[in-house]
Design a protein around this ligand. Sequence first.
Ligand code: TMP
Length: 263
Amino acid sequence: MSELDLPPADLAARYDGSFPTVAQEPASPQGTGSHSDVLSFTAMASRPLFITFEGLDGSGKSTHLRRASAWLEARGIPHLVTHEPGGTPLGDALRAIFLDPRWGAVDGTVELLLVFASRRQHLLEVIEPALAEGRHVLCDRFTDSTRAYQGYGRGVPLPLIEQIDQVATGGRQPDRTLLFDLPAEEARARGHSPSRRARGAADRLDAEGLAFYERVRRGFLELAAGAPERFRSVDSSGLSEATQERVRETVGAWLGMDVEVGG
Ligand code: TMP
């Protein structure tokens, strides 16, 4: 019986922080990889990794996540792509509430509780089962976004965030995190908010000013500096191709792929 077949209560009862956070057994070989003039792979990671992509809105992280997934897909590396807030039917409903501009300014702790409700469901229903099946998970945002946006951005005390995180996830951390960094002003200029506004679909966080996004950026940078073994920061202010190359090198190394990057 797979994790997904378990009644939710059963699965939830085991998710008390002692639930295996990563598969401890080596996963079966993950595809043979393919050879080309510029890339070759000789070894694969021994266990599935939970990798998160973080950064400001407009940092390019979602585009690079999609590209990284296509790159892995072409090489037969089993993985799952998902996102937060959302990633499950319940989570997507919470996301719609979270981003709905009708509420205007929302207390940071209310935001915190909404994103952690979505996150727990996501871990139970999607992330942990995929890892248990031997697939890597590439997740667009996770708890570092909460620390950066609700903590640094809204001013919710970081110890409170860690407390709720313990309750909601048992303190689950990603195995690795890619941070797409660029100045907040640049991210705002190239962010999706102008296009969303043009479509009449601006979300609640699009309405925040530059100072908010500068605090969020500082948050991400401090989080990365505080956990160098987990984070890799990628400069996403330059050419997209250069960023993509760096993403491949980094993800390839994390997954134990012997990657020769030549163009
Ligand atoms: P997205 O556009 O990258 O999908 O993210 C939606 C928005 O939600 C984005 O502005 C960041 C925000 N957010 C938080 O404020 N806290 C969180 O914990 C997460 C996951 C996202």
